[in-house]
Design a protein around this ligand. Structure first.
Ligand code: PGA
Length: 252
């Protein structure tokens, strides 16, 4: 945790969820409105097809809505893409950009991720920018070099705690059930904090840094209490309201 910073627990549903799953979002909203996340902010990022109906269910409540990607342009001839102003228009507060699955599966570069993050901020959204090393890179002792390079090349040129969240997600920990040690996470988050202060000055001291990769209720406490760990980005364990709320309850 960073003193004075409100933690964020964000759920990334990835390409999961049909209309029937809206009941889980409804249940999350009810739990959050009853105080289940304590001081923490909770956000859910369902697939694009569920954003509008989810927004209708979340109106007036404390559970925030986020998307999983956006285009760098506000509109135009980009078949199949969704812009940041469109996401803002339907009620999103957050958008994840640069997730490793998009960097790998859609060949997104640091420059593209930065452009998306800047587009998100221009539209009034908070960008959750993901960074993280592969298993091979960590084995080679290159994790700080890789993540530092991503931070410097994919974060927006201007940002504050209101417009930017960074998610450290070691790729080898995503969806594998394998996690880094608490010491590894604390070390990387400390390094990211230093880079953020280098980039943004005082504002960088309160940009939230989330840990992501196989977070579940049983290991959340271990990570969420670490210095410079200001919340979590949760994949698999965010699909069911009970699992997701149990993680957020670490802050209750
Ligand atoms: P996981 O995914 O929690 O299922 O490991 C995290 C993520 O990819 O954001």
């Amino acid at each position: 945790m960073t003193p004075g910073v409100r933690p964020l627990v964000a759920g990334n549903w990835k390409m999961n969820g049909l209309s029937a799953a809206l009941g889980e979002i409804q249940a999350m909203r009810e739990a959050v409105d009853q105080g289940a996340a304590g001081l923490a902010e909770l956000a859910v990022c369902p697939p694009a097809t569920l954003l509008a109906p989810a927004a209708a269910r979340l109106a007036g409540g404390a559970l925030a809505l986020g998307a999983q990607d956006c285009h760098a342009q506000p509109s135009g001839a980009f078949t199949g893409d969704i812009s940041a102003p469109m996401l803002k228009d339907i009620g999103c507060a957050y958008v994840i950009v640069g997730h490793s699955e998009r960097r790998a599966g859609h060949a997104e570069t640091d420059a593209q991720v930065r452009a998306k993050a800047e587009a998100a901020i221009r539209a009034g959204l908070t960008a959750i920018v993901c960074v993280g090393e592969t298993h091979e890179e960590r084995e080679a002792g290159r994790e700080a070099e890789i993540v530092g390079g991503q931070v410097k090349a994919s974060l927006p040129s201007v940002a504050s705690a209101l417009t930017l969240v960074v998610a450290y997600e070691p790729i080898w920990a995503i969806g594998t059930g394998v996690t880094p040690t608490a010491a590894n996470v604390a070390e990387m988050h400390g390094a990211i904090r230093g880079w953020l202060v280098g980039l943004y000055g005082e504002a960088g001291a309160s940009v939230r840094i989330l840990y992501g990769g196989s977070v579940k209720a049983s290991n959340a406490k271990e990570f969420l209490g670490l210095p410079n760990v200001d919340g979590a980005l949760v994949g698999g364990a965010s699909l069911k309201a009970s699992d997701f709320v149990a993680i957020a309850a670490t802050y209750a």
